[in-house]
Design a protein around this ligand. Structure first.
Ligand code: TA6
Length: 312
């Protein structure tokens, strides 16, 4: 185990499953997070009581070149599967490096336990996606245990060429029973239905509940989305910035059985709600940088009034 920073005893580099390097972040009040350098993949996020808040598949494969099923895979340079690039891009199955002195971020990280990771394209990556970039990811835990991911992607090409990409934080939240889960904040929005060849529909006025497979890309959503877990009496509040869209996915029983690294019953205990930029790809000219942030916190929920309250 190695301490990464002399003044921050709550960030450690150690070995995870199959000897893969992982970073453990610990916040002083007891919450924690784990990030594998493989994929810059957040695989665990626990509150101050030690409860796991992210879903991890019972059959997750921690072995390159598989992406890890659960936690927060990073989808870049594309969400979905188009053209020669692999589905959801290659960032989730490359080994990232720890960066000790990245360019400063405008957001305040004082009192937060954080790690900075960086991905640059290898010669092999350049062959499948011919662009030069630097992708910096900061994973940080706040004093109240919120988990913030900040991505900065810069076009470092010197050939004068812009590039475009789509992006998602493919976040698997842990829920007690998917049938008891409700997503609020996406009502009345337009969405692309991945189950119907991305046909565009408008969501009805009710919050989203689950009784079969759901795979939708909600467009231009509000910056705050709430995921209510009735049984656990807790609500995930997702705040996002620079990421206009949001994906909601649960494979349900039949699709889950066809996913080799997902247990047959795992779909009951997961829901993906993903801050994303999909409909309108981001284009960066040489020297330009894009920032996209997702922050998840937990608030207790009370069903007394039949309606949740999750702060501002
Ligand atoms: O985010 C939803 C989605 O794009 C679904 O269509 C589903 O296939 C899922 O991601 C998982 O993708 P993966 O490549 O990780 O199996």
């Amino acid at each position: 185990m190695a301490e990464l920073s002399s003044n921050f005893k709550c960030v450690e580099l150690c070995k995870g499953i199959n000897g893969l390097d992982k970073i453990v972040l610990r916040e002083i009040r007891g919450s924690s997070a784990e990030v594998y350098l493989y994929g810059a993949h957040v695989t665990s996020w626990k509150n101050d009581r030690g409860d796991e808040l992210l879903f991890m598949s019972s059959k997750a494969i921690f072995k390159p070149p598989n992406a890890i099923r659960g936690g927060i895979p990073i989808c870049f340079p594309q969400f979905g599967g188009h053209g020669a690039l692999e589905k959801h891009g290659f960032a989730r199955n490359r080994v990232w490096a720890v960066e000790s002195n990245p360019p400063p971020l405008p957001t305040i990280s004082a009192n937060r336990a954080f790690v900075d990771l960086i991905l640059k394209p290898s010669d092999e990556d350049y062959k499948i996606w011919p662009h030069y970039f630097e992708f910096r990811l900061r994973v940080s835990l706040g004093p109240a245990g919120d988990l913030m991911l900040t991505s900065r992607i810069r076009n470092t090409g010197t050939d004068g060429k812009p590039f475009s990409f789509t992006f998602a934080y493919h976040t698997y939240l842990s829920v007690s029973d998917i049938s008891e889960v409700r997503v609020e904040g996406l009502e009345t929005l337009d969405y692309l239905d991945n189950l119907l060849e991305r046909e565009r529909f408008t969501e009805q006025g009710d919050s989203i509940t689950f009784e079969s497979e759901v795979d939708k890309v909600y467009l231009s959503t509000p910056t705050k989305i709430a995921v209510l877990d009735h049984e656990k009496k807790r609500t995930f509040v997702i705040r996002k910035d620079g990421l206009p869209d949001a994906v909601v996915w649960n494979p349900w029983e039949k699709k889950a059985k066809g996913i080799v690294d997902l247990g047959d019953d795992d779909f009951k205990h997961m829901v993906c709600v993903e801050a994303a930029c999909i409909e309108k790809p981001i284009t960066l000219k040489p020297g330009e940088e894009w920032t996209g942030r997702q922050d998840i916190s937990i608030v207790p929920s009370s069903y007394c009034s039949g309606r949740q309250h999750y702060g501002t």
